[in-house]
Design a protein around this ligand. Structure first.
Ligand code: PPS
Length: 283
């Protein structure tokens, strides 16, 4: 596995290339009825995609159970994903881990809805650490101590968590950018699904919402081969080392970080997020 740097941000060569990144930023046309789920990696992307896939089909699980998530909602910055997105008829469901400055320029002239999902960065760190051990596109993370340093410096694919979240939060006054948190999906799943329905103009009844909630649960997604990444070939992901659907909880960082590591993380967080006037409550 190797990385390359594009405009100061690291990317993996497994599935992405400079050519695709340049094309997606400058040439790719987002359309008014596209819905794009945008996240920093390990923030709940696939969970939101499952919820979206169910909401868009009125709670019917047949789509999410028959089509792999990367075809339902291709990642536009990957070589395969961009090709798929270009061939899909509107309305398209798309995904991206891109920081705002590398996102398609056409977004600013469109009414495309962006659903931006954030997660407690300490849980992102832990999820990223385990994912990096199994995903062959990412570097072996080393010890947790070492990986925390790498993560806090932003020397990971898609760059710094802080820059990513800050960059997208600057779009908070745009009427077509909507923010969700992983923690909100956990603590208020029905309210979150109702808000998403409102955003998408989908009028689901109570039974349909029940079906969304049931089929997007951690256990149902863990059992769904179209969503649990077991279809990813061994050459890309070592299924003996890690599971994509790992724990699915908030606060797992408490089981991993020492008191000193946690305090250090908090100091870096305070420093990097000091000018962000948004109340981000993770716990
Ligand atoms: S990726 O690789 O960046 O696209 O990963 P992403 O989907 O953003 O994040 C993966 C984490 O989300 C958890 N997950 C869920 N949690 C709760 N409920 C549901 N339904 C769910 N689906 C996915 C997944 O387990 C990863 O978190 P960790 O902490 O590693 O378990």
């Amino acid at each position: 596995m190797t990385y390359f740097t594009h405009k100061g941000i690291l990317f993996t060569t497994l599935g992405s290339s400079q050519k695709t990144l340049i094309s997606v930023e400058n040439d790719f046309q987002l359309l008014d009825d596209d819905v794009v789920t945008v996240t920093y990696p390990k923030s709940g992307t696939n969970w939101m995609l499952e919820i979206l896939g169910l909401v868009l089909r009125g709670g019917d699980p047949s789509w999410v159970r028959s089509v792999p998530v990367w075809y339902r909602s291709p990642w536009i910055e990957t070589d395969v994903g961009l090709k798929a997105a270009l061939n899909y008829p509107p309305p398209r469901c798309l995904s991206s881990h891109l920081p705002f400055q590398l996102f398609p320029k056409s977004f600013l002239k469109s009414k495309t809805k962006v659903i931006y999902v954030m997660r407690n960065p300490k849980d992102v760190l832990i999820s990223h650490y385990y994912f990096s051990k199994a995903f062959k596109g990412f570097k072996e993370p080393g010890t947790m101590e070492e990986f925390m340093e790498t993560f806090l410096k932003g020397d990971v694919p898609y760059g710094s968590w802080f820059d990513h979240v800050r960059g997208w939060l600057e779009m908070k006054n745009k009427s077509n950018v909507f923010f969700f948190t992983y923690e909100e999906l956990q603590h208020n799943p029905r309210g979150s699904v109702e808000r998403l329905c409102q955003i998408l103009g989908k009028d689901l009844n109570s039974q349909q919402i029940d079906s969304v909630l049931e089929n997007a649960s951690f256990q149902k997604m863990k059992d769904n081969n179209m969503s649990n990444f077991t279809l990813v070939p061994e050459g890309h992901f070592d299924h003996n080392i890690g599971k994509f659907m790992r724990k699915g909880i908030s606060g797992d960082w408490k089981n991993h970080l020492t008191v000193a590591q946690n305090e250090y993380f908090d100091r870096v967080y305070q420093e990097k997020m000091q000018n962000v006037n948004v109340n981000l409550q993770w716990d």
